[in-house]
Design a protein around this ligand. Structure first.
Ligand code: TYD
Ligand code: ZN
Length: 405
């Protein structure tokens, strides 16, 4: 049993995945012996509805100079952030604009503000990624965003029109301190905008691979509303996003400062209907996860028995959960192809499948490609016509296990 990271009440156990390595901890062979493992357990808080990890990994073990995630590797995500940035500029900036981004990564979003000469600060704890942003001319601090650092930013730059964060808020178990920082840094009419994988999609699609050490929270509009209320904020809008397999964008303002969209009430009513505020929904999800594992192993075993070659496509953080939970190693997956240079030549966390450059996939097409980067599935499948023409097939496991014919 443990206490909710948001409201402090008792959290109910939902699912244990067993001991997991660091999800983004791609490693060379000489580090295998030093690899650390942590239990991956999920719980649900019946008081505030927040789904969350109940055992946490030290943040320094996750976000450090070896952090291998560079957001700008996907063209579709670059486009997504550009649209996001211009929408924010048109909708929420005052005459003297100042934008703060939490987890600004390699500057994928802030580069749009830098281009428009808008005052901005990115907060990015992974030094190697922050450096990549600075090289693009983006003002970036290497630290974690919390109450103390928010006050420092305010002292140096003034109050913010917008504090934004994508795929980062769910990474911050000390979210109460983050929200304290947000409320002290925002202008009276300022807004906090963040987007993260949506628990409604995770449950609906059995996309359990979204669950890994970095994702401490699996938000819904209901749980975010509770959290907002604890800090004098409210959700004024919620916009579903078709990225990362289903995300939600939340817009929060000081209570009463701005109109609340009807969408907020509608989505919360849908969440009630989907059962996102009930433990039994997550228990049913846990059963679907176990079934998905069985189905995937059955398929892979059959294909191997038929002598087929299977390669992984996209060495995602998400794949770490699937590979380790299902016990899928190099005996099933020959290697994983990935376009990120710093992952290439390394091995996947825990199961130690080699990661190779994309060229290794193209130069000798396997019969099957297990699509770990399924959140970019449309983009990838549309591009891989040569693989298909050569008789190659994709294996998918989200929604359900199947071969894409
Ligand atoms: P990402 O979508 O960020 O997932 P996660 O958050 O789970 O790590 O990662 C996508 C990975 O897939 C990244 O390592 C780059 C790789 N990739 C390819 O190799 N080829 C592609 O065409 C795309 C879109 C991604
Ligand atoms: Zn709670």
């Amino acid at each position: 049993m443990c206490n909710c990271l948001v409201c402090g009440n008792k959290v109910e156990h939902v699912i244990s995945f067993g001991d997991m390595p660091i999800a983004n901890g791609f490693l060379p062979e000489d580090m295998f012996e030093k690899e650390k493992f942590y239990p991956l357990d999920v719980g649900f808080c019946p008081t505030c509805s927040m789904v969350q990890l109940t055992k946490l990994v030290d943040k320094e073990d996750m976000f450090n100079e070896n952090y291998a995630y560079f957001a700008s590797t996907s063209r579709r995500m670059v486009e997504h952030f550009k649209k996001f940035a211009y929408w924010v500029m048109e909708t929420y900036l005052s005459e003297d604009p100042f934008v703060v981004e939490i987890g600004s990564n390699d500057g994928i979003m802030l580069q749009n503000y830098a281009k428009e000469n808008i005052k901005h600060v990115g907060v990015e704890p992974s030094e190697n990624v922050a450096q990549a942003a600075r090289e693009k001319g983006i003002n970036t601090l290497s630290c974690f965003f919390d109450k103390e650092n928010a006050q420092k930013i305010k002292a140096e730059y003034g109050e913010a029109d917008v504090i934004a964060g994508t795929n980062v808020m769910c990474h911050l178990p000390y979210i109460r301190s983050v929200f304290d920082g947000v409320t002290s840094l925002l202008k009276p009419q300022g807004v906090l905008i963040f987007e993260d994988p949506y628990v409604g999609d995770i449950v609906r699609r059995t996309s359990y691979d979204q669950i890994y050490d970095e994702h401490a929270f699996y938000f819904s509009v209901s749980s975010v509303s509770y959290l907002a209320g604890m800090h004098g904020l409210e959700v004024i809008d919620a916009l579903p996003q078709n990225v990362h397999g289903g995300s939600m964008r939340y817009i929060l303002a000081r209570k009463g400062a701005r109109d609340v969209s009807d969408r907020v009430r509608e989505i919360m009513a849908n969440e009630e209907k989907q059962g996102l505020k009930q433990l039994s929904t997550y228990q049913a999800f846990a059963a679907n996860v176990a079934q998905n594992k069985e189905d995937l192993l059955t398929l892979l075993k059959r294909l191997k028995a038929e002598g087929k070659r299977i390669v992984g496509y996209g060495a995602t953080s998400k794949s770490t959960t699937v590979l380790n939970y299902c016990g899928i190693g190099p005996e099933y997956i020959e290697f994983i192809s990935d376009t990120t240079p710093i992952k290439q030549g390394k091995y996947t966390p825990g199961m130690h499948i080699p990661v190779k450059p994309y060229e290794a996939f193209v130069s000798d097409y396997p019969e099957y490609a297990l699509l770990f980067a399924w959140n970019h599935g449309e983009e990838i499948i549309a591009n891989e016509t040569a693989f298909k023409d050569a008789g190659g097939k994709f294996i998918l496991y989200v929604d359900q296990v199947r071969v894409d014919e």
